[in-house]
Design a protein around this ligand. Structure first.
Ligand SMILES: *[C@@H]1O[C@H](CO)[C@@H](O)[C@H](O)[C@H]1NC(C)=O
Ligand SMILES: *[C@@H]1O[C@H](CO)[C@@H](O)[C@H](O)[C@H]1NC(C)=O
Ligand SMILES: *[C@@H]1O[C@H](CO)[C@@H](O)[C@H](O)[C@H]1NC(C)=O
Ligand SMILES: *[C@@H]1O[C@H](CO)[C@@H](O)[C@H](O)[C@H]1NC(C)=O
Ligand SMILES: *[C@@H]1O[C@H](CO)[C@@H](O)[C@H](O)[C@H]1NC(C)=O
Ligand SMILES: *[C@@H]1O[C@H](CO)[C@@H](O)[C@H](O)[C@H]1NC(C)=O
Length: 890
């Protein structure tokens, strides 16, 4: 045994007084036959000394096991030092009072200071005849009044009866007997103490002179001795044994079972009676209530006492471990059993402290993805860990980032602690982090992926493990553009919603034509940042015509949309409409006009078409249509009579030159369109021709009211026959002049007159819409080549010429004026509405001077007659508005 010099002791005493402030932090408790000192986790324990009146001795593990001291700690740094009341330096104070004193050399990290701190505790304890203590590092047995020879006599102390009895020999069992003297066994690490009242023997586990026994299925260690006392011829033998378990714990499900034999054979003979059984934890006996509240249970079988401990009970603790780079945990608890039994008059108190740790269990970390894509960052939750785990680093992509560096990367790391003593980490990594891989998996779906490896360390041993994960999140980030449309009399209304694609990136193709600003100007349209509405006339080149039938023309518009930035295609939309438009017209004078659009499905060129007479080629043709104009007496037109009608018929076909190799039969024309004109004989009128087809209701605005005024389009320049409402939309060739008439239909008042105030053309039905082409302004033609006022002469239809006004318009002129653009994709077909403001005035009321007006023609400075003049301001009430259309101009 090592002792301190007096000088060193003095020095320590000085130190003690310096650090007296933390004295109350160390708790000392009497726990049965042990004293337990609890040191706070804020202090590190450097050295432990055992102290009695004369000596202060540093406790090494060897000395602690020999002398009855135990030291243990939990992962949070809490230290516990305990001493048996029979420990080497314990001091008996009277019969039952025992004092244990200790010195602790402590280190306080917060102040970087060392201190030595002495604590002593006196405990009152009544020893049983035999006390056996199985502590974690030693086995101890203590026997009172152990004189086996004087059983019959009244119990006497051997110190009184045999004062000269000297300890002579000690026999230890291996299990063979071997004899030693006291010095030898103390050198080996055993402890022997004899006093007038007790003999105490102590051995660490696994000593050479101890041996294993299998008792009631449990492995036990036996330390058995016989001590011989002698005085000359007299000899006294004291036999003692400590038997301590080394096995007996097992895990079943989430419960630890600990079994201890009741009959520990070297300790008991045949007759014995168990008086008490107590369970405790950490050296402290528990009451039945405490046991129940912690869900411990204890039961006695015939042969064993069995203790059940739920894994995770609060008296124990979990500890983290690393095994093959994987996170594992274990649970450790130190239960205690105290048995009291009686053999004859002697009682034995048997105490076992039995620390046990469950096998390592893998506890793989779980990742919970809490990413909200709107936040544009990964939000991951990683748990659960014991408090002894620290996150050291995060490897993102290939870059290892230590925890302190994370903040500079814009990564938010938080640690969360839970009441059940676990913790978790949450990380927020922005999508902008360079290692995030962004992949477009669908038009409207983006996937963000990020490989991460979390590096952890387990305290206090600093073993490390890692956890890899692939973070992945999908974001729906685009509202797809959407196109839809509807069919109208002679046009498509197309509507495109751009969705979340910027309008600058969205490219729209109508047919094969990509829309740009210039092309868009040629259509009636409405465009804002999010939507486009466009009116596409059915004969626009962007429309694919599928078939021409009596019932109408089938036209299809294909809308293709794509993102010009990355060429992603969005869903195509096609819309097919049937347009009920008269393609042929039969005039009273025998002229027939036909407009034939080029069909998408056939190969002919419009210029190759001809009537039955192959020399009758189109009057005019362009790439996507042919315009025929012929009379019923020419071009191979046939005539037949059906009752009192005459039917003229011709057909338009495409005839390609027959190839020499093919058979003599003329190849079937790819395309055939029959034009019929029905000629109705009428006694009073000349011939009237109709196209065979019948068409649905059109619309044309007619001024309403008592003095109703109408605007009509004449079929001829002599104003004999007019198109009826049902004839619209009308298809007109650009070069045809149009003859308009405005008139009061029902009035017979000869004092009334009509005057043309303003006439103009628009692309839509709305008279206010833009663009607008003026035809007549303030009663006078806008341009004399374009608009001509024509005289009205009384005839069988017209009684009062003042009730009518006529004008002729050459649309060619006004479209040419507009044709500033070289791209004529839309110009090739214009859909126009004609509007007029008509003045109704009194011919006699010359005072207001507004019924007649004279216009000067700059080119032909003649004064036209019967012009409505305009000198004073006209109120809206005087004006009637009339409209007509649509007229399709090709
Ligand atoms: C102090 O302990 C030592 C070792 O057990 C012992 O030899 C000595 O007698 C003890 N001193 C007192 C005063 O009890
Ligand atoms: C600890 O508590 C958290 C939060 O209440 C819970 O999600 C987790 O599962 C618990 N862990 C254990 C091991 O009980
Ligand atoms: C754009 O036009 C559409 C209809 O064409 C309309 O519903 C929308 O409100 C308009 N948006 C703006 C910003 O004017
Ligand atoms: C009909 O057309 C032919 C050939 O173009 C022409 O000779 C004839 O005079 C025309 N007849 C009438 C009535 O216009
Ligand atoms: C002939 O024309 C007149 C005037 O348009 C009409 O009243 C009459 O019913 C027509 N006769 C026939 C047989 O169509
Ligand atoms: C027949 O009438 C139409 C329509 O009025 C006219 O354009 C054409 O020039 C006329 N044809 C002849 C040969 O007069």
């Amino acid at each position: 045994m090592r002792c301190f010099e007096t000088g060193a002791l003095w020095l320590m005493t000085t130190l003690i007084s310096t650090f007296a402030d933390t004295f109350e932090e160390i708790q000392a408790e009497c726990l049965g036959n042990r004293v337990q000192f609890t040191l706070p986790g804020s202090l590190s324990l450097l050295e432990v000394y055992a102290v009695n009146n004369t000596q202060t001795v540093l406790l090494t593990p060897f000395l602690a096991a020999q002398c009855g001291y135990t030291q243990k700690s939990d992962p949070w740094g809490n230290m516990m030092v305990s001493a048996s009341l029979q420990s080497c330096f314990a001091e008996k104070q009277g019969d039952k009072e025992i004092k244990v004193a200790m010195k602790f050399k402590l280190y306080k990290l917060s102040t970087l200071s060392e201190k030595v701190h002495e604590v002593s505790k006196s405990c009152s304890y009544t020893m049983a005849s035999r006390e056996i203590l199985c502590d974690t590092n030693f086995m101890e047995v203590s026997i009172r009044n152990a004189i086996p020879d004087v059983k019959a006599a009244p119990v006497k102390q051997w110190s009184i009866d045999m004062p000269n009895l000297k300890l002579w020999r000690i026999i230890l069992f291996t299990p063979e007997e071997r004899a030693f003297d006291k010095e030898t066994i103390e050198q080996k690490g055993y402890s022997l103490y004899s006093s007038p009242t007790r003999l105490v023997m102590r051995s660490p586990y696994n000593m050479a002179e101890t041996y294993a026994r299998h008792i009631e299925e449990i492995d036990m260690m036996v330390f058995k001795s016989v001590v011989l006392f002698r005085e000359r011829w007299m000899m006294t033998i004291v036999e003692s044994a400590a038997v301590c378990p080394t096995s007996g714990a097992s895990v079943e499900g989430d419960t630890i079972f600990w079994r201890l034999p009741l009959r520990i054979t070297p300790l008991v003979s045949s007759e014995f009676e168990i008086l008490e059984v107590h369970m405790g934890v950490n050296g402290r006996r528990l009451t039945p209530n405490e046991m129940a509240s912690h869900s411990y249970n204890m039961r006695l079988t015939e042969s064993h006492v069995v203790v059940g401990i739920p894994i995770g009970a609060p008296d124990g603790y979990f500890k983290s471990h690393t095994l093959k780079d994987q996170y594992h945990i274990s649970y450790t608890i130190e239960p205690m059993l105290e048995l009291l039994w009686r053999e004859g008059v002697d009682k034995t108190k048997y105490t076992v402290l039995f620390p046990m740790t469950t096998p390592l269990t893998p506890w793989p970390p779980q990742i919970a993805d809490k990413t909200e894509p709107d936040q544009k960052m990964f939000d991951v939750f990683l748990g659960y860990f014991l408090p002894d785990v620290e996150l050291l680093s995060v490897t993102i992509g290939s870059e290892l980032i230590t925890v302190p560096e994370l903040i500079f990367k814009g990564i938010v790391l938080q640690e969360h602690s839970f009441p059940n003593d676990t913790k978790a980490f949450s990380l927020q990594i922005p999508f902008s982090e360079p290692h995030v891989q962004i992949k477009k998996v669908h038009l409207d779906k983006t996937t963000y992926t990020l490989p991460v490896v979390f590096g952890f360390t387990v305290l206090p041993d600093h073993s490390s493990f890692s956890h890899s994960a692939e973070l992945e999140t999908s974001v729906t980030d685009t509202v797809l553009p959407k196109a839809e449309g509807s069919c109208h009399q002679d046009h498509f209304d197309m509507h495109v919603a751009f969705g979340s694609v910027p309008s600058s990136e969205l490219k729209i193709k109508l047919g094969q034509t990509e829309l740009n600003d210039e092309i868009l100007q040629q259509f009636e349209h409405h465009l804002n940042k999010t939507h486009l509405t466009i009116v596409v006339p059915f004969l626009s080149p962007v429309v694919a015509l599928e078939s021409v039938q009596l019932t109408g023309i089938e036209g299809r518009i294909d809308v293709k949309m794509y993102n010009s930035m990355n060429n992603w295609k969005f869903n195509d939309v096609s819309l097919t409409c049937t347009f009920l438009v008269k393609l042929s017209e039969c005039f009273p004078n025998g002229t027939v006009t036909v407009v034939l659009p080029k069909l998408e499905s056939v190969q002919y060129l419009p210029g190759e078409l001809s009537l039955r007479d192959p020399t009758c080629k189109p009057y005019y043709n362009e790439d996507h249509f042919a315009y025929f104009r012929y009379n019923v007496t020419s071009c191979g037109t046939t005539r037949k009579f059906v009752e009192d009608t005459m039917i003229y018929e011709n057909e338009i076909t495409s005839k390609t030159d027959p190839l020499p190799q093919t058979s003599e039969l003329e190849p079937e024309p790819e395309y055939r369109f029959i034009v019929s004109c029905v000629y109705v004989a009428n006694a009073t009128e000349s011939m009237i021709f109709h196209a065979v087809s019948h068409f649905k209701e059109p619309h044309a605005d007619v001024g309403k009211g008592e003095l109703s005024v109408s605007l009509k389009l004449s079929q001829d320049m002599v104003y004999k026959l007019f198109y009826r409402e049902g004839d619209y939309p009308l298809l007109k060739f650009l070069k045809q002049p149009l003859y308009f008439e405005v008139g009061m239909d029902h009035s017979r008042d000869s004092k009334m007159a009509v005057g043309l105030e303003n006439c103009w053309a628009t692309l839509t039905k709305d008279k206010e819409s833009k663009p607008r082409w003026d035809l007549i302004v303030d009663g006078c033609p806008k341009g004399p080549e374009q608009t001509k006022i024509r005289p009205v002469i009384a005839d069988d239809r017209i009684d009062i010429p003042d009730h009518f006004k006529r004008f002729e318009v050459k649309m060619l002129d006004f479209t040419e004026k507009d044709r500033s653009s070289t791209n004529d994709a839309a110009n090739t077909m214009r859909r126009v509405f004609i509007h007029c403001d008509v003045l109704i005035c009194h011919t006699e009321n010359t005072a207001d001077g507004r019924c007649y007006k004279q216009c000067m023609s700059p080119l032909n400075p003649q004064i036209s007659s019967s012009r409505v003049r305009r000198s004073s301001r006209l109120s809206e009430e005087d004006l009637r508005h009339v409209s007509l259309g649509p007229i399709l101009l090709i």
